[in-house]
Design a protein around this ligand. Structure first.
Ligand SMILES: [Fe+2]
Ligand SMILES: [Fe+2]
Length: 290
């Protein structure tokens, strides 16, 4: 008895194949609750001897199912609006909702796609928890949008959000480097500025939602760093050199300072991981050393 209705990879796959945002997040939360209830009950314990029944395997879709709306556009074609206006605040929240929904899929995908690489039980606990939190984030931000008379799907959103997942579909180390340790770490850099925008607009519920997101995203970056270092150790790779190589391979463009060094440190990302990736391109584009 595993305490699960089906193996975790199949639960992950079902979330990826659910299109509607609220339905996707509801299923994500239901599956996370089922996983943690089984863990709590002692039905799933380390070391994982019955991996086939507990983790199992799946063939996740190349692209997760998404709703018909929002219309997805090239980022250059998504209009920018002043954050001081209500219209601008709605646009900003809409962009955050889009990121959160993508993050739900990213965390289930890292569970479903790499089942050929046996990982310790804690790996699955971490990503199920992260996926559950992303689902909560999407719901929180969607609630804020609705309170402002809008909703997720009302505006266009960035196409290409799944690009990092596509590029790293065959490389778990690359996935960990680019998704939690680059993209989610970037969230730590920009969220304080966003909180400021909504504080100035006196939208207290939105400020509260963004504070929850900010606190929990530190954990997601930390999970990335933890499992990245674990896999480097397993293969006797130097983590910093490996990280630099993978980010240069899979991530287009430079990392953008200023960095939130304090929160990055809290998440297990030291400065010598990210600064060289920012400086390199800054130097190239300006043609002079910093
Ligand atoms: Fe999130
Ligand atoms: Fe996250």
């Amino acid at each position: 008895m595993t305490g699960l209705s089906r193996p975790l990879a199949e639960m992950a796959d079902a979330v990826l194949r659910t299109a509607d945002g609220r339905e996707k997040t509801a299923l994500a939360r239901k599956h996370a609750a089922e996983w943690f209830a089984a863990r709590q009950a002692g039905a799933i314990i380390a070391p994982l001897t019955n991996r086939d029944q507990i983790i199992g395997a799946a063939t996740p879709p190349d692209f997760p199912a998404r709703p018909d709306r929002p219309e997805l556009k090239d980022p250059r074609d998504v209009p920018r609006r002043r954050p001081g206006s209500r219209e601008g605040q709605i646009a900003l929240l809409h962009a955050v909702a889009h990121i959160e929904l993508n993050a739900v899929d990213l965390h289930w995908d890292i569970i479903a796609r790499f089942t050929d690489t046996p990982m310790p039980l804690g790996y699955y606990d971490d990503w199920v928890n992260a996926a559950d939190e992303e689902a909560k984030h999407f719901n929180l931000v969607s609630d804020c949008l609705e309170a402002l008379g809008s909703h997720y799907g009302a505006l266009a959103a960035h196409a290409g959000m799944w690009r990092a997942a596509e590029d790293t579909a065959g490389d778990l180390l690359g996935r960990l480097a680019v998704v939690p340790m680059v993209l989610e770490a970037r969230g730590l850099d920009v969220t304080p500025g966003m909180i400021e925008v909504f504080r100035n607009a006196k939208l207290d519920d939105t400020v509260a939602a963004l504070k929850v997101i900010y606190a929990e995203e530190v954990g997601h970056v930390a999970y990335g760093s933890k499992w990245f270092h674990f896999l480097c150790g397993r293969h006797e790779l130097d983590p910093k050199e490996t990280f630099h190589g993978l980010v240069r391979t899979y991530f287009r463009g430079a990392l953008k300072p200023p960095f939130n060094e304090e929160k990055r440190a809290e998440a297990g990302l030291p400065p010598d991981f990210y600064w060289p990736l920012a400086e390199r391109t800054a130097t190239q584009s300006r043609g002079t050393p910093d």
